[in-house]
Design a protein around this ligand. Sequence first.
Ligand code: NAD
Ligand code: TYD
Length: 336
Amino acid sequence: MRWLVTGGAGFIGSHFVRTALTEEWTDEVVVLDLLTYAGNLENLRPVERHAGFSFVRGDICDPDVVAKSLVDVDAVFHFAAESHVDRSIESAASFVRTNVVGTQIMLDAARTAKVKRFIHVSTDEVYGSLALDAAERFVETRPVQPTSPYAASKTASDHMVLAAERTHGLDAVVTRCSNNYGPYQFPEKFIPLFVSNAMEGKPLPLYGDGRHVRDWIHVDDHIRGLRLAWERGGSGEVYNLGGECERHNRDIALAIVRAVGADESLIQPVTDRLAHDRRYAIDPQKARAELGFEPGPPIEERMAEIVDWYRENRMWWQRIKAGEYRGYYERMYSGR
Ligand code: NAD
Ligand code: TYD
């Protein structure tokens, strides 16, 4: 079987590719990735010599590159996206281009190439925000209500996928996952930013009152859910994948400083993100019942392992922090 993985040089896509090849989920993986600031070939080094691995540097918005990458492909796992909320607040244009237009180009090409299944990797952020004390959690039938430009662009892409399934009969499944953590996560995201800053003795910029809630899932549990969605999911269905691990940001920050052995005084409140969603909470019951999906242990049980990875792979994140990302960090956090 040949799989096309878009965005396979990013955090979650590369975890999927490394696992799919080493655990023999398939014999061939073609990665299509533009290598934006978030894409990094180092993430694929463990499989770069694998006989079934090939890499195409290209844009999902380029129909010719996409069509060539899809030759003889059985399934598409579509990860490629602009993925950081704060960047979408700075400028939404690349989010609409890649997440919406890029997804539409992928869908049209997948149909022409007669791909057997299209797995669209989406997010719980499409549902919007819950009150801290709300009894409900996100279920797949909940109306979408995105607030950030990132979430709005992912919502639009979900609709394009479901429309292609209904209108043109493309076999497609949408998954909506909660916040991921794990190795190789780009250090602009909350956990790797706080872990790496704590290791460097730098401030940990906690937005607002720090009582925002996210549902945390290890990237390994997420990609196993994606495999199940490919194997057992119904076409045209949406599946929520979550860690059943809701935590306040402040508690995650405290767990990080303890695991790193840094001082709590590094945690510093900064001006809140615009329209910062208060709480995300995934109900994964449908995925559990229909796919056999089960989230793994809670984040506290994995914190030492995460911190160890970032400690042992200092060069990986130090190189990133010394590059293009530095300008973004200075713009984002100076005077906040
Ligand atoms: P990431 O930012 O680490 O990686 C994105 C990858 O897409 C990069 O390798 C980048 O080079 C590539 N890319 C961007 N634009 C491209 C284009 N035009 N053409 C080809 N490649 C392009 O993102 P991630 O955190 O690994 O997220 C992957 C997917 O999972 C995204 O679709 C995201 O919305 C979704 N998701 C992420 C999370 C999370 O917590 N990180 C949670 C739920 C869903
Ligand atoms: P993030 O990793 O950006 O994921 P998302 O916004 O997609 O959930 O942020 C996770 C949470 O951490 C979110 O509530 C915002 C907060 N946060 C901070 O408090 N400080 C930071 O520097 C960052 C990047 C995020």
